[in-house]
Design a binder for this molecule. Sequence first.
Ligand code: ARG
Length: 365
Amino acid sequence: MKVGSWNEWDPLKHVVVGRADGTMVQAPESAVVRDWPEDGFPLGTYGPLPEEMTAAANEQLDNLAHVLESRGIRVDRPRPLDFSRPVATPEWSQQSMFGAMPVRDVLVVIGNELLEATMSFRSRWFEYLAHRPLIESYYRADPGMRWEAAPKPRLTEASYRPGFRDEYDALPYEEQIARVRAGELVLTEAEPLFDAADIARCGKDLFVQQSLATNAAGIRWLRQHLPEHRVHGVTFYNLHPMHIDATWVPLRPGLVLHCAERPADEDLLQYFKINDWQVVQAAPPGRQTPPPLSACSRWLSMNVLVLDPGTVCVEASETAQMEQLDRLGFEVVPVPFWDVAPFGGGLHCATLDVHREGVLEDYFP
Ligand code: ARG
């Protein structure tokens, strides 16, 4: 048993796959509000996702676990909490938690370090607890593992821009994009905040998206915490940036999949191009819209899980994406996964690389 992974593509040996049990449409909070009147959750309401949906998602998550196990990869699963419980710190209370899915959002492995992200939603403040039994067992089993947690954020009102959503929604596109690029979204800079899923790992280089969940102070904290790495803060032309793994997806050394609907900054493109990386626009998704009660976009089509530099798991109905990866020389493993989308994401979101073979390399010399 070993904790260790430097990038998104080295041969996968050990992984965590999330669970759908008890996931909530979370109660409104300053960081996020849900408003899904057609699907039973109008503004201000919250509650568990319907049982049939939860069962369907769990079936697909279990199937993913089997697919990975049948390829000799060790799979662990988190322990769901009662996410319907209200939670509080001495400074605030929140009517519900969220779930034990997107493991990718909460945790990241960088080398022999397993790092717990701060998170930025109050409903996700305690989510690390769903993963702690596993983390504790890894810490006991691997004497070389480093276990780190970023400073627990306070998440008081000072961490959120007052009236952000109404103000932002009323802005014209150009001004919204200017706000995205300036990192002036819902989060203030009161304290470091980041979700682990805003990080794309390429060996010595880490690309961290400033987003609705990650602020500049969070990126600064990561840069100071990881002095051996080059930590790049990045933004895209995306009005609702949230987690980098449906936007900029490294597939193997020299190849990154990019969402054409979310253009990258010229600096980022240049950095990849001068280092001989190919930046490929992801194939168009098969769907026009995500399923009901999903906060994600149809671009979960490109949220793939690389098993090794020649093998990739892709959502089974995303034919164009599968064909594109096939043409790029991958063995494509189709995995049905759209029922998981309402629980927070796709194949990359749902997983955490505990161990990938391989060593730290500089892919941008
Ligand atoms: N916000 C992204 C989109 O809708 C989805 C990425 C979700 N990723 C995750 N790790 N939860 O395109």
